[in-house]
Design a protein around this ligand. Structure first.
Ligand SMILES: [Mn+2]
Length: 375
């Protein structure tokens, strides 16, 4: 049996060191990992989950909710905020990544959610740490923190050596979105979602399941239907039609302009991109071109890393596995079947590649085609 790779969430947190993904140099046996374990059995009722979750908090708690900001994570964080409203002393939401993608910015604005940057935040000021839509091992910023609660839908990942297991863990990889899981808690608490929260949850399920093409399950559809009567169509369309920042526009145009096409694969390489989120826009737009079933957008982004974004249509591809095979030995790489990314610190690459964009582009294409993936 092959060693299961800890699948990365998409988007991957910036700067995840190779060690979180790489089981070790070839030939060395991977050390036994302690996986996070759900604290309740699978079939337990929503009420029981809610009770176990709420039991973690007291009225004077200062709660820090940690996310890697994307629509699902943002919606899940707001759902946790709603559940804990008037039940704890303070709630702060912090992200491990900076937000640049237009829909995420629009969503934050629509929710009026102030997102702190986890880096530089003194986590000891908080009495409870909660993580949603991610797991502590996904980011070097969080792997050493002690979380009280983890709620997620990514595959179970390993706990860092010496890290204490969270007291409450609800991880259900079979669910399409963490927003779906959170809808279950809100329903158990008999909370009717306000317009903003409903819109955020609705959009989260929609994007994380890619309109139910990917991994959409009955639970996701039920959450979708539950949220629907309460959403604001105006806000939803503002999020979906969010404008691209003018500073990213040039990168997007250049990314589309340089794309090359080969048997269903659209490949765009830029020497530099302003932000990884801009490459996501490029990869998504390339998928809209007729005949394209897979897209890859790659560029060097600050601070000093190569970012490769993967998108695929349909159910029969697995770009998460492709990303891991192609770049896992150089940095963090992985994701879902239809969405994945690799982030490789430039210092992990040969000096020749660091200073020669053409060589870097060739290297990426070789890694993509040389890993057994039919083109
Ligand atoms: Mn998610």
């Amino acid at each position: 049996m092959t060693q299961a790779r800890p699948a990365l969430r998409e988007p991957v947190q910036p700067g995840v060191p190779a060690k979180t993904l790489d089981p070790g140099p070839a030939g060395t046996p991977p050390r036994p990992e302690r996986l996070l374990a759900p604290t309740l059995p699978p079939g337990v009722s929503g009420k029981a989950r809610l009770k176990a979750f709420m039991a973690r908090f007291q009225s004077d708690d200062r709660v820090l909710i940690v996310i890697s900001a994307d629509p699902d994570a943002i919606a899940a964080a707001v759902a946790v905020k709603r559940l804990l409203w008037r039940r704890v002393g303070q709630i702060v939401v912090a992200s491990t990544n900076s937000v640049k993608r237009p829909d995420n910015l629009q969503l934050l604005a629509a929710l009026g959610l102030k997102l702190e940057n986890l880096e530089g935040l003194d986590t000891t000021l908080f009495t409870r740490l909660v993580m949603v839509d991610s797991q502590p091992g996904h980011s070097p910023l969080t792997e050493r923190l002690h979380f009280d609660v983890v709620i997620d839908h990514h595959p179970l990942s390993a706990l860092a050596d010496g890290a204490a297991p969270p007291a409450y863990v609800d991880i259900r990889p079979e669910i399409g979105a963490t927003a779906t899981i959170m809808a279950g808690y809100l329903q158990a608490a008999k909370i009717k979602p306000g317009q903003k929260l409903a819109t955020a949850l609705f959009y989260a399920v929609k994007t994380d399941t890619q309109n139910f093409v990917r991994q959409g399950r009955l639970e996701d559809m039920e959450a979708f239907r539950w949220a629907y009567p309460h959403i604001s169509h105006q806000t939803l369309s503002e999020i979906e039609m969010a404008p691209i920042a003018r500073s990213s526009f040039k990168t997007v145009v250049a990314g589309l302009d340089c794309a090359v096409f080969h048997r269903g694969l659209a490949f765009a390489f830029l020497e530099r991109a302003d932000h990884a989120d801009t490459l996501v826009i490029v990869a998504d737009l390339l998928m809209k071109i007729k005949g394209v079933s897979r897209s890859v957008a790659a560029a060097r982004c600050e601070p000093g890393k190569l970012v490769v974004i993967f998108r695929a249509g349909g159910r029969r591809q697995d770009v998460g596995a492709l990303a891991a095979r192609a770049f896992g030995e150089y940095g963090s790489a992985g994701g879902h079947k239809n969405m994945a990314r690799a982030e490789v610190p430039m210092e992990n690459l040969d000096a020749k590649l660091r200073n020669n964009p053409l060589a870097l582009q060739r290297f990426i294409r070789q890694r993509l085609s040389g890993t057994g993936e039919p083109n």
